[in-house]
Design a protein around this ligand. Structure first.
Ligand code: ATP
Ligand code: ZN
Length: 221
């Protein structure tokens, strides 16, 4: 098995919250491949597709670069991408909400009260846009992990972080104020790979893949 120009390359999360549902989607779509945890990539046995296993944060960049033709990643990361990628299909799993939250003891009840405050987040682009649209001036600090700890550590007044059940907020004595973005996993594409030549081999493969994925998603809903 090896990578060659005949396959299209799809980057997916190697090990995380999206991994299992993504592998299941691809398998239900009829793709056959081995996916041992140590692998860097797999080549499908019955379809001209190579699957690359990477960190989710790198997926928009790889797709923008053309290192991968396609990716499956949370919309929360697509919105942060420095260079544009095209979102082809929402996949209806990996649902979560990017949420403004404050320590319970702060008694802050509305985002307007955060004017002039420090906000910690791993999603600076989306966060900046949210506060700008509201006309609220804030000081955004980007941190890559354990954002919920920032208020306790005195790093920020509020956070903007992903939640699904809200249990991790509760655990850290944080209360949600307002939703910034509803997110789910999505199939993304390099904006030029499939556009250059409408009838290129890659475009034909992509259309066959999209038909299979749509089939699974429609059957589920
Ligand atoms: P990696 O090691 O690949 O960088 P990670 O730890 O950054 O992984 P995960 O926590 O596995 O990322 O989350 C991957 C994606 O899952 C998120 O970007 C988001 O789209 C989605 N997701 C769904 N629910 C949640 C949640 N409660 N918290 C965080 N992410 C969630
Ligand atoms: Zn990550």
């Amino acid at each position: 098995l090896q990578l060659d120009g005949e396959q299209i390359k799809l980057a997916i999360q190697k090990d995380g919250r999206l991994t299992e549902a993504t592998l299941q989607l691809l398998r239900t779509a009829g793709l056959q491949f081995e996916s041992a945890k140590q692998r860097l990539f797999s080549v499908c046995r019955n379809f001209p597709l190579a699957i690359l296993y990477v960190r989710d944060d790198d997926i928009p960049e790889y797709v923008a670069d053309g290192v991968a033709d396609l990716g499956i990643v949370g919309q929360n990361l697509v919105r942060e991408a420095e260079r544009p990628v095209e979102e082809l299909l929402p996949l209806n799993y990996g649902h979560c909400t990017l949420m403004v939250a404050v320590p319970r003891e702060s008694h802050i009840q509305a985002v307007e009260q955060l004017a002039g405050c420090k906000i910690a987040t791993s999603y600076p682009v989306t966060t900046r846009q949210f506060f700008q649209e509201r006309g609220i001036n804030v000081d955004i600090t980007t941190i890559s992990g354990s954002v919920e700890l920032a208020p306790t550590l005195g790093v920020s007044t509020a956070i903007v972080d992903l939640v699904s059940s809200g249990s991790s907020l509760k655990l850290n004595d944080l209360v949600p104020l307002e939703s910034v973005l509803q997110s789910q996993a999505a199939l993304i594409a390099n904006p030029t790979t499939f556009k250059d030549e409408q009838k290129s081999i890659k475009s034909i493969i992509l259309n066959r893949l999209l038909m299979r994925l749509n089939g699974v998603i429609n059957a589920r809903s």
